[in-house]
Design a protein around this ligand. Sequence first.
Ligand SMILES: [Fe+2]
Ligand SMILES: [Fe+2]
Length: 290
Amino acid sequence: MFTDDKSLFLTGNEQKVKIGWQPGFARVLKAFYLSLKISMDSTALKNKKIAQLVDENYVHAYVLYYFGIRFDEFPEDTLEQTCNRKGLKVEQVVRELENPTHLKEADLPLISYPVDLIIEYLKHSHFLFIKHKLPYIARLVNSFKAEHEDYNAVERDLKIVFPLFVEDFIQHIYEEEDTLFRYIKALERAVKGNFMPTKLFYLIEKHSVQKFAMEHEVHDDEMEGIRRITKDYAVKSNSPLHVKVIYNELKEFEKSLITHARIENEVLFPKAMALEARVKQMFFEKAKLN
Ligand SMILES: [Fe+2]
Ligand SMILES: [Fe+2]
């Protein structure tokens, strides 16, 4: 359809004058445009091939994984075809791809939190690492078939080193929860007057937050070996998609570990040391009185 209506070529401000611009009308127009854009984007996502979706954003592989879709299973199928085959609602998967809810890390002012809440927060992160992230990365590593001369050695080494890293990491987490966190919780109860003197004496004789903190520093670079194997997670634009996804996940996992260790080193340990000092002082003053 052709028109000689010159108003189509007017600038934004000129058009506002011509059509008697009203803010209400602008809002309706904007909302209409946005809803149109969202539905167009959703349609675009539905029609994309799985490999393309993942290549555009590696996090998509993780989202798909939680819907039971392996990105390397039928990479040439579209999202819609894959969802139909798996009996999934494509709209739901699209919504999650556009706005992944489970990936958002809470941005909490932890420094102002009491120590028991910080421990709960750290335990929750441990749970997410062990039950969500690591199984996903382990699957990526296990199903990794390099079939590329640049990555054959990487495949071999990762398959050996990654399970060892996981073993050490899980050990670290269990030790933390079973000894350090338990000790700190006992200190917290003691400060509130909730303790048995003999048990408490035994605990503060046996443990020291300072010692835990020093040992913790030693564990800080747990992913050094993996970094070396992957040459600092460097990928090229022509690297195989599987390599891009694995390296990106490993890099992001390392970032999460660094943040986690920083919370332990910079928030938990200083608070626990202060608690321990208070408990010791309280305990020995009480002993002097007896
Ligand atoms: Fe931890
Ligand atoms: Fe730790």
